[in-house]
Design a protein around this ligand. Structure first.
Ligand SMILES: *[C@@H]1O[C@H](CO)[C@@H](O)[C@H](O)[C@H]1NC(C)=O
Ligand SMILES: *[C@@H]1O[C@H](CO)[C@@H](O)[C@H](O)[C@H]1NC(C)=O
Ligand SMILES: *[C@@H]1O[C@H](CO)[C@@H](O)[C@H](O)[C@H]1NC(C)=O
Length: 439
């Protein structure tokens, strides 16, 4: 009798184990959301995920072009589910790592033998190091596109271990970088693979708060329920075959997102520019990328000078005042009208292929530096920058940008202010923070 009882208990628990994971795995979110806030002292966009076992909140600087998620593993990394990626494993292949080795001060997170490495980068100050590739649990809120829902987690999320010195220049309280770049191991690629949703993600930044969506729309903002994903303009994403990161493996393409700006117009008039600078050359230099770690759009010196000159010409009668760094030209704000979509100044248009135009309105072109001074919010990027145009944070605030990795195209909404909403208006609800394991 004793034997048959324990057999029954055994089979009952076996049944439990077979059934329970399949129930949980059947919850597949359609999309995920991350909240974004802006750090006033650095102008960095900060997001937060939960990672490790037990889960802890981890604050990260959002870096659209960074290859992977990385965190500082040297400080307070405690997790029972941390697993380094062994040399030649599927994880190392996915990460396209060409570096493998031992670490003699371990074992601990970030320092194990027979593991592959990547180059976690801090693009704010242009530094990088070599760091162990590893996997651990990551948990993020799901969404139906209208409000945030239950948290879901994936147990095998690949990331890179950074070091404490790499934190220099990142906002205070931040513990690493959220890499959304063009790689197989970036956050969008991994979430799409883990939850089987389309290889799309969207970034909508605001001057106080914003949101990142992983997966397809709807993307809706209060007070209306209009789905912004239905009214986007599209332009191809361009692959730069040469890495633009501070450190990279030989032959590695850029993980930054480039678009094909063919010209810039001010008040509808095309500005004469050196076209060579607008395309990407054999060394990977030139062209236009989008960055969330550049606070303001950077223009190569000759482009900067031409655009500034054209802009000044188009607002005759507005007195200039002493420029406030990092800007080169500022105006008396009292002489500029204010409108629903920011200061009433001429539009600056980025001309894209097939007559598509990315219009930059006053809200995104001008920066209020206080004391009744408004500056043109573009910065001289130097005479030989790696990329000729770097579209920065201020210029994309309250514009929703959708990156469609499968179709290699960028969808952009133009300013949500025209639709009487902002990127800060996503309905984040914290009430439904129920852990829901998946995958
Ligand atoms: C790595 O291997 C070396 C021997 O090759 C050994 O001395 C060291 O303790 C190992 N380190 C870890 C972290 O296992
Ligand atoms: C925000 O989302 C929650 C949860 O879905 C919902 O109950 C609430 O009505 C929404 N708020 C608004 C203002 O629509
Ligand atoms: C245009 O830019 C290219 C690349 O920097 C440079 O080699 C060339 O001299 C420039 N042309 C003119 C007319 O300035």
């Amino acid at each position: 009798m004793a034997i048959s009882t324990s057999f029954l208990l055994f089979s009952a628990s076996l049944l439990f184990f077979i059934v329970s994971p399949s129930i949980q795995a059947s919850f597949r979110p359609k999309a995920l959301v991350l909240p974004v806030s802006k750090d006033d002292s650095t102008n960095q966009y900060i997001t937060e995920i939960k990672q490790r076992t037990p889960l802890v909140p981890v604050k990260l600087t959002l870096d659209l072009g960074a290859a992977s998620l990385w965190v500082d593993c040297d400080r307070d990394y405690v997790s029972s589910t941390y697993k380094p990626a062994r040399c030649n494993s599927a994880q190392c292949n996915l990460a396209r790592s060409k570096s493998c080795g031992d670490c003699f001060e371990g074992p601990r997170p970030g320092c194990n033998n027979n593991t592959c490495n990547l180059f976690p980068a801090n693009n704010v100050v242009n530094s990088a190091t070599i760091g162990e590739v590893a996997q651990d649990v990551v948990s993020v809120q799901s969404t139906d596109g209208k409000s945030s829902g239950e948290a879901v987690s994936t147990s095998k999320f690949l990331f890179t271990c950074g070091s404490t010195f790499l934190m220099d220049g990142l906002a205070s309280g931040v513990n690493g970088v959220a890499g959304l770049g063009r790689t197989k191991v970036s956050m969008p690629s991994q979430f799409s693979a883990a939850f089987s949703f389309p290889r799309k993600f969207a970034v909508c930044l605001g001057s106080s708060s914003g949101v990142v969506f992983f997966g397809d729309g709807p993307y809706s903002f209060l007070p209306s329920v209009t789905d912004i994903s239905k009214s986007l303009s599209y332009t191809p994403l361009i692959l730069n075959p040469v890495s633009t990161a501070p450190s990279s493996f030989e032959g590695e393409p850029s993980s930054d997102y480039f678009i094909g700006v063919t010209g810039i117009s001010v008040n509808g008039k095309l500005v004469a520019l050196n076209k060579t600078l607008l395309s990407i050359n054999k060394e990977g230099h030139g062209g236009t990328k989008i960055s969330t770690v550049a606070a303001y759009t950077l223009l190569q010196t000759s482009i900067y000078k031409a655009v500034v000159k054209a802009f000044i010409k188009e607002i005759p009668g507005v007195p200039r005042v002493k420029a406030v760094a990092p800007f080169g030209v500022c105006f008396d704000a009292k002489s500029i009208s204010s409108t629903r979509v920011g200061p009433g100044v001429p539009n600056i248009d980025l001309e894209l292929p097939n007559k598509v135009v990315w219009g930059i309105i006053g809200f995104n072109s001008m920066v209020n530096v206080g004391n009744d001074v408004l500056c043109l919010g573009f910065v001289d990027g130097g005479s030989e920058p790696t990329s000729s145009i770097v579209i920065g944070g201020h210029q994309i605030e309250h514009n929703l940008l959708q990156f469609d990795l499968a179709a290699s195209r960028l969808g952009f909404s133009s300013s949500l202010l025209f639709q009487k909403t902002t990127c800060s208006n996503f309905n984040f609800t914290s009430a439904a923070y129920v852990e829901h394991s998946s995958i």
